[in-house]
Design a protein around this ligand. Structure first.
Ligand code: AMP
Length: 418
């Protein structure tokens, strides 16, 4: 028989992990809602062209990492490798801008990139994120950064750094890129193979390279885009900084932070955590004023961020979220008691709203009591022939060991009073 395993770079999430995952998801979406961001969910696959246009045809994602195929109808399709382009597509398709001039959208979803798997880098991974579509103003950039920061703070992430930069408006880029290419041309041999190609096609992305020799070459020779931004761009950036400062959000101005995707302009930011090792980015984002128009909509300014869920979990304190333990483990002794036991657990679930678990393996009393301890139940209740006769259950406090008999008819109110 063949033995089937998960595909390289993908993982099962087992029940013991899911508890934490669910809590992370609901807390992320809850904080987004507090900021006025409402969830949107787009399909798992889209037309390949959306990503070619949206992300930029020279980015690593598009050139090497997409899971793309042609379906039986000859359509070129791709599993979504990021969410900004699909959300922008949905915004245009459903004319969300007509409903309200500012759309605050949030998401929590699975993405697919054929990257080399390592700690914190998978081929199927999850992201949460937010996009604010409609405002060109710096307070919107600051709100997005504050939202991301607030989410990480709520998970008690200690050693994080907010890195911030401005790459200015799209108008300043052609002149800057010519300047950058001219400067680096004579140093081409010092760059890695990938960056030599980037120099021709998308020179700004050399700043994203992790290769130390490329970084040294940049440090010694490359002009920084921040020094080419216009006065208006600078004013926008200064306002973002002022708001973050008054919100007590610590940040570093990292003039080399440009971020990988083609659609960014003005503010770019990243939040990193020292505890993550080489893949240290918790989230990244920025302003993308040209994207909606590039995808066929009216020109609408936008800003957003995307954050890796696996990386958040790696950076979280192991004890940060408590597993939800059952309130009651129902010990059932003898076939005769099963029916009453099922009715009582069902009643307790609805009256307490808590997790109530019942024995269905018909094990010995000793094994069932051990099970109640193993699953960390706060109480166990015992029902057998004697209890059926007396119309009572035995309730045992698993911490103190105290026991008492509670009539069936009073069981719900007994637990509600606790
Ligand atoms: P990006 O969409 O590339 O800007 O990535 C945003 C965030 O998603 C990063 O900061 C990471 O936290 C996370 N991320 C990106 N790629 C991966 C991956 N292959 N596996 C796990 N997390 C990832």
């Amino acid at each position: 028989m063949p033995s089937y395993k998960t595909i390289k770079g993908t993982h099962d999430l087992l029940p013991e992990q899911m508890e934490k995952w669910r809590e992370v998801e609901s807390r992320c979406l809850g904080i987004m809602k507090q900021f006025g961001y409402h969830e949107i969910r787009t399909p798992v696959f889209e037309s390949t062209d959306l990503f070619l246009r949206g992300i930029g045809s020279e980015t690593d994602i598009v050139t090497k990492e997409m899971y793309s195929w042609e379906d039986q109808g000859g359509n070129a399709l791709t599993l979504k490798p990021e969410l900004t382009a699909p959300v922008a597509r949905a915004y245009i398709q459903h004319q969300l801008g007509n409903q309200h001039p500012l759309q605050r959208l949030g998401y929590y979803d699975a993405l697919f990139r054929r990257e080399r798997p390592q700690k914190g880098r998978q081929r199927q991974f999850y992201q949460f994120g937010a996009e604010a579509i409609g405002s060109p103003h710096p307070e919107q950039d600051a709100e997005i950064i504050t939202l991301a920061y607030t989410i990480y703070k709520s998970f008690n992430i200690q050693d994080m750094t907010v890195k911030l930069n401005s790459i200015g408006s799209a108008e300043i880029r052609p002149a800057y890129l010519t300047h950058l290419r001219d400067t680096l041309q004579s140093k081409k041999q010092e760059l890695c193979q990938t960056c030599q190609t980037r120099l021709e096609n998308n020179a700004l992305r050399i700043f994203d390279c992790k290769n130390p020799s490329c970084q040294e070459t940049l440090d010694s020779h490359a002009p920084l885009i921040f020094h080419s931004i216009s006065d208006d761009d600078k004013k926008h950036f200064d306002t973002v900084i002022d708001i973050l400062t008054s919100n007590d959000i610590p940040f570093e101005h990292d003039k080399k932070l440009v971020r990988g995707l083609d659609y960014y302009s003005h503010t770019t930011f990243e939040i990193t955590s020292q505890s993550l090792g080489s893949q240290d980015a918790l989230c990244g984002g920025g302003r993308y004023d040209e994207l909606i128009e590039q995808l066929g909509g009216k020109p609408v300014p936008a800003v957003g961020f995307a954050a890796g869920v696996e990386r958040l979990l790696l950076a979280m304190d192991e004890n940060d979220t408590a597993e939800a333990f059952p309130l009651v483990y129902m010990v059932v002794l003898g076939e005769g008691a099963i029916q009453k036991a099922t009715a009582l657990v069902q009643e307790l679930r609805s009256s307490t709203g808590e997790s109530i678990v019942m024995e269905t393996l018909r094990r010995s009393m000793k094994a069932q009591m051990r099970e109640a301890g193993r699953c960390n139940a706060r109480y166990c209740t015992i029902i057998g022939e004697n209890e059926l006769n007396s119309q009572c259950v035995v309730v045992k406090d698993m911490e103190s060991g105290e026991q008492e008999e509670v009539p069936f008819s009073e069981l719900s109110s007994w637990f509600s009073d606790k």
